[in-house]
Structure formats: structure tokens, C-alpha cells
Design a protein around this ligand. Structure first.
Ligand SMILES: Cc1cc2nc3c(=O)[nH]c(=O)nc-3n(C[C@H](O)[C@H](O)[C@H](O)COP(=O)(O)O)c2cc1C
Length: 143
């Protein structure tokens, strides 16, 4: 029997777009049979990773709009303390206005033991999931 898949979605948001996107991700995960929980980075604790197979990490895009995108300090602090158990699948998401530029690279840089395998990325301007976002998530959780 397959092990029950379980997801945790952690978002860091200032104005609510990234929180909304995280909640939308949680919804599609639940609709596809994953028991999922959505929390803010500020309320994260390592116990929440118990039995989690798929971890989604999200942060709003900060930068100079055209260049130098990076996560917020709050997210960096959260990411630096994160210990990702071996074998856990990780995906990243962000919300932005014009361009995500270096955002995903910068996010990965702050995750100390990011998995070796490729990490999928999702981005949105309005906090809603596009059809291709949904397809990507369904493919990701099937693996
Ligand atoms: C200080 C600041 C810097 C920003 N820099 C960028 C940027 O470099 N590129 C971009 O596309 N959006 C940028 N934005 C827009 C935000 O990424 C966007 O509004 C995001 O959805 C906010 O997420 P939140 O509602 O979860 O806080 C910036 C916003 C702020 C307040």
C-alpha cells in the first residue's frame, strides 16, 4: 500500500497575495487527495514536518522591480533554520508584480540542505493558480 502523502505549505506574505497563493495551492492539493496544511512562516515549527512528503515554500518577491529580487528577511530567517528531511519533495512559490528575476535562485541559496533533484517553481501576480500551475502541481505530487 502506498504511504499516505501529506503536504505542508509555508507562506511568507506582507499584503496577503502570497498567503492567498499558498491557500490556493493547499486547496488543489486537498482536491487531489493530499492531506495538506497551510501555515505562515512565522508560525512554522519543525513538528509540522512530521509525515510530510511534499513541502511548498513561498515568499513574496522583494527587490528593485527589474533587478535584485530576493526573499524578505523574515523568510530568510525561517529558511536558514529549516532542516528538510531526506527524501522530502520541495517546491517553491512566489507572488510578484513585474518580474521574479533572481527570486527563486535567492530562495534556494538560503535553504541549507535543499534537495539535489530539481525543485519546481510557481509564480503568480494575483495569488490565483493558473491551469498550468495546477497541472504542474498535480504532476509534482504524482512523483
Ligand atoms: C519593497 C517592495 C519591493 C518589491 N520588489 C519587487 C520586485 O523586485 N519585483 C516584482 O515583480 N515585484 C516586487 N514587489 C511587488 C510584490 O512582490 C508583490 O506585490 C507581491 O505580490 C506582494 O506579496 P504579498 O501580498 O504576499 O505581500 C515589491 C514590493 C515591495 C513592497
Amino acid at each position: 500500500m502506498d504511504l499516505m502523502k501529506k503536504a505542508l505549505v509555508v507562506h511568507q506574505s506582507k499584503k496577503g497575495h502570497t498567503r492567498k497563493y499558498g491557500e490556493e495551492i493547499g486547496k488543489i492539493l486537498n482536491e487531489n487527495g493530499l492531506e495538506s496544511r497551510v501555515v505562515a512562516a512565522e508560525e512554522f515549527n519543525a513538528d509540522l514536518l512530521q509525515d510530510v512528503t511534499h513541502l511548498f515554500l513561498g515568499c513574496w518577491t522583494s527587490g528593485l522591480y527589474l533587478v535584485l529580487q530576493h526573499p524578505d528577511r523574515v523568510w530568510i530567517k525561517f529558511a536558514r533554520n529549516l532542516i528538510i528531511p531526506q527524501g522530502m519533495k520541495v517546491g517553491l512559490f512566489t507572488t510578484y508584480k513585474f518580474a521574479t528575476g533572481s527570486m527563486f535562485r535567492a530562495m534556494k541559496k538560503h535553504i541549507p540542505n535543499a534537495p539535489e533533484d530539481s525543485i519546481p517553481e510557481w509564480k503568480s501576480k494575483n495569488g490565483l493558480l493558473s491551469e498550468s500551475d495546477k497541472e504542474g502541481i498535480v504532476t509534482f505530487i504524482a512523483g
